[in-house]
Design a protein around this ligand. Structure first.
Ligand SMILES: [Zn+2]
Length: 68
């Protein structure tokens, strides 16, 4: 699936611009940096990877970190 970005996606995105204009907007049309991953990143997501490929950050929910 090496589809390039569909230009129509831009049009769809702009439909919401007037509504969400007040929010800080990141560059439009970004995709996950993971090679082969074409997941579009939210304009409001300042990460460089999608949720699946985001660098693992261990949430310290239990105060326990598995360490080998
Ligand atoms: Zn990804």
């Amino acid at each position: 699936m090496g589809r390039s970005v569909d230009p129509n996606m831009r049009v769809i995105g702009e439909k919401f611009t007037s509504i969400e204009r007040k929010l800080p907007v990141m560059e439009v049309g970004r995709v996950c940096l993971e090679p082969g991953c074409a997941t579009h990143l939210s304009r409001y997501n300042d990460q460089e990877y999608c949720a699946l490929h985001a660098p693992m950050v261990v949430p310290r929910m239990r105060g326990t970190v598995l360490d080998d």
